[in-house]
Design a protein around this ligand. Structure first.
Ligand code: ARG
Length: 452
């Protein structure tokens, strides 16, 4: 039958649904309409398709857009289904839409077009999180808290210093996403199947109509590369990893009574009536696992793929959608949880000096007075073994050096070094936790946030 187009012969049979990306392509339905429009406008401007045919195609695309993805005829993917819908509306002339292109450059353009907006949304959530962290920091430059290494009490710090630390990490996450954005925002359209076209197309024009900054120049590179997907998913995964650490910290702080999460960011138990659990942050923590898994899946799919287009790429795309959705939501939730949490200053102050966490400051004091730091470390370690504190230090001075503590440091200075508030105030080195050092960090963070 002459009227049966070649496509119908390759209907897919029992493998139809396995071959089809139509359902997942709902994500790029709008993008495909835009890509079709830009392509058709360019074809008309170049005299490749008659103006009146182009006009009919554009009118059909408007109607198809209104009807939505759900009304599309069956097809192997959204590109084929939209073309079929155009032909159903205006007849065979609608088939001119696919002149001088392939689904290979088309799908790459659609993914980039849609991913741009998704990545910008992800960037927005990183900005909101940075704002939330900075607000916490600005309100708590004097709120001392225990600082940990190996999750053991290490040295007193402040809530501001802690929050600014995460702000710094999220700031780099923003940058990585913006850098990925720059490389997403390049037009592959006009690459055709991979080998260019005989038609006198204007790739710069379609790039301009679609708001792409520049071209992916080489047509084979344009149609078949997906490193832009990989770096986007990696950047998102890195951000999710930052979020997971932040979530874990807050979960631990909540557990120790240092912070109260707002009810909106907590859950209770269906059986234990007293429970208030940090479930939102546990889910944030878990998203990093999903993102790492998607990065692994995508990398493995892309690894060893020959140039040019291979259908494997269809399954590469979904990793990006899942990751950008999950990480954006996690980032947003983390920002909300941080913004609404209450810090318990009394609990934090009471615990700031626990575990002889001011020991390093005492060793620093002795070293500043001329004792070799290693000797000071030994002396204070000896005191730590006997419970820490002033009396233990006096014993240690006698036991280790055979000298009274007073000969090594002024008693008032030792008392100050043992005090968590003084301990924090004295660590005013560049980037340190002393309130004025943190104030400088926050100034820089504010400037960076308004620049991003
Ligand atoms: N749906 C495909 C994808 O997502 C695009 C179609 C290209 N198909 C092809 N057989 N060349 O990658």
């Amino acid at each position: 039958d002459e009227s049966v187009v070649r496509r119908d012969r390759f209907s897919g049979g029992p493998a139809r649904s396995f071959l089809s990306s139509l359902a997942a392509d709902e994500r790029i339905f709008e993008a495909d309409i835009e890509v079709d429009r830009a392509h058709v406008v360019m074809l008309a401007e170049q005299g490749i398709v008659e103006d009146d045919v182009a006009g009919q195609i554009l009118t059909a695309l408007d109607a198809i857009e209104v009807d939505g993805h759900g009304s599309l005829p069956d097809g192997e993917d959204v590109h084929e289904a939209i073309e079929t819908a155009v032909i159903e509306r205006i007849g065979a002339e609608g088939g001119k839409m696919h002149t001088a292109r392939s689904r290979n450059d088309e799908v790459a353009a659609c993914i980039r077009y849609r991913l741009r907006e998704d990545v910008l949304e992800a960037v927005e959530t990183t900005l909101a999180l940075r704002e939330a962290l900075l607000e916490v920091a600005e309100a708590h430059t004097e709120t001392i808290m225990p600082g940990y290494t190996h999750l053991q009490p290490a040295q007193p710090t402040t809530v501001a210093h802690w929050a600014a630390a995460y702000e710094g990490a999220v700031r780099r996450d923003t940058k990585r996403l913006l850098e990925a954005y720059g490389r997403i925002n390049e037009s592959p359209l006009g690459g055709a199947a991979f080998a260019g076209t005989t038609f006198d197309i204007d790739r710069e024009r379609t790039a301009e109509l679609l708001g792409f900054d520049k071209l992916v120049e080489n047509s084979m590179d344009a149609s078949s590369s997906r490193d832009f997907l990989l770096e986007t998913v990696q950047a998102l995964s890195t951000h999710a990893t930052t979020l997971s650490g932040l979530a874990e910290d807050v979960i631990i702080f909540a557990n120790r009574g240092f912070v109260d999460l707002a009810d909106d960011y907590s859950s209770t138990s269906s059986i234990m009536p007293q429970k208030k659990n940090p479930d939102t942050l546990e889910l944030v923590r878990a998203v990093a696992g999903d993102a790492a898994g998607a990065t692994q899946g995508l990398t493995t799919t892309l690894k060893g793929l020959p140039r040019a287009y291979n259908r494997d790429l269809q399954r590469a795309t979904t990793h990006a959608w899942e990751t950008v959705d999950a990480v954006t939501e996690a980032s947003e939730v983390a920002a909300g949880a941080v913004a609404t949490a209450d810090w318990n200053e009394d609990e934090l102050a009471a615990e700031a000096g626990a575990g002889f966490s001011t020991a390093t400051g005492v060793a620093d004091l002795l070293a500043a007075n001329g004792l070799p730091f290693r000797t000071a470390h030994e002396l204070v370690a000896h005191a730590a073994e006997n419970g820490g504190g002033y009396d233990a230090l006096e014993d240690a001075a006698r036991d280790v050096l055979g000298e009274p503590l007073e000969s090594l440091a002024d008693p008032g200075a030792v008392e100050d070094a043992l005090d968590p508030v003084e301990s924090v105030a004295s660590r005013d080195s560049h980037g340190g936790p002393a309130p004025e050092a943190v104030a400088e960090q926050l100034e820089g963070a504010r400037e960076a946030l308004s620049a991003d």
